[in-house]
Design a protein around this ligand. Sequence first.
Ligand code: AMP
Length: 177
Amino acid sequence: MGLAGSGKGTQGEMLAVKLGYSYFSTGHFLRSYMTEERKAEMLKGKLLQDKEIIEIIEAYFSKLKDKNKTILDGFPRTVSQAETLMSYQPKWKTKIEGLIFLDVPEDELINRLIKRARPDDTKPAIKKRFHEYIKQTAPVLEFFENMGIKIHKIKGDQPVEAVQRDIIVSINNSKQP
Ligand code: AMP
């Protein structure tokens, strides 16, 4: 988890390679397969409907082989999505290992997004995504904390390799007896 530009995609992909996990990003998936109408909503920085996202995740899990571990990027993004993920664990045969939160100050995020220049990195869409994050996604952290899920809070405004190292250290520390 983390605000737009916090490095979720970069760190998630690196971590997946390092740990031998699969990697699945709802944002990547939506950008590749969505209808033009949905893409227009994404371009404005709006979150898509929970139902639609749950269907995508369900389809992903149903294709996973037994014991295939995955780094989920961009899901869950609302408390309702998080509740579904928790309550569907028996149905989806999943177990949540932990949550990585990349913590980056807002002014650094804006610098990064302006440099990245993805189609939804316009000023109004960035503002909207920050707003959606604060209103809808930030409460997800508290939700998981209350459920006893391990949260790895990582200082994200560091060079890519340093962030990755801190993630690995935090994961390893949490595994120690
Ligand atoms: P991302 O690549 O993770 O920054 O996602 C880009 C856009 O995809 C977001 O701004 C949303 O419009 C949409 N999106 C991705 N994941 C979700 C999700 N879990 N729930 C709702 N919308 C999502």
